[in-house]
Design a protein around this ligand. Structure first.
Ligand code: CU
Length: 170
């Protein structure tokens, strides 16, 4: 039965509770259709003022395999030094800490995001200007090296269409 064929009065009688829930957009899956063992998705870096010395890259790592993998290194020519970082709470303050490796559990997604895991770019070789792109290579213990393209954005991507609403972080 198609709801759009019902007169509006009938919709009121049915009551909202009996209406089928609007299907969430599950078609927008984060993983690529290509079943690589480990997929890097939603790769972005926050645009920084030209004077900024450092930056960070965020992404989602998807492990399609039945065994854990480990992110052990990252590299890009956009920075003098590239480190894996996590955020830890110390004395009530969030502080960045270098991680030697970051484990991705089997059949799991690991989200790198502001305030959490990130790839730290120390000593930027070029300012991070919104709209530009650069390459980042991630080294995984099992899956090997994965080179991905980083998109420089003014703000975190909040899902489909999120960039269209004009929210800006000041
Ligand atoms: Cu950091």
């Amino acid at each position: 039965m198609s709801l759009r064929l019902l007169p509006l009065a009938c919709l009121g009688l049915l009551g909202l509770a009996s209406l089928p829930a609007v299907a969430a957009d599950h078609a927008h899956h984060t993983a690529s259709e290509v079943r690589e063992p480990v997929v890097v998705d939603q790769v972005w870096s926050r645009a920084m003022p030209p004077t900024a010395a450092n930056g960070a890259v965020y992404f989602v790592l998807v492990n399609h395999t039945d065994h854990p993998d480990r992110l052990v290194a990252a590299s890009t020519d956009r920075a003098e030094v590239t480190e894996l970082h996590s955020h830890v709470q110390a004395d009530g303050l969030m502080r960045m800490e270098q991680a030697q490796e970051i484990e991705i559990p089997p059949r799991a997604e690991l989200v790198f995001e502001p305030g959490g895991y990130h790839v730290m770019l120390l000593g930027l070789t070029q300012p991070l200007v919104a709209g530009e792109r650069f390459n980042l290579t991630l080294e995984l213990a099992q899956a090997g090296a994965i080179t991905t393209e980083v998109e420089i954005l003014d703000q975190a991507p909040g899902g489909p269409g999120a960039g269209e609403h004009g929210h800006h972080r000041h």
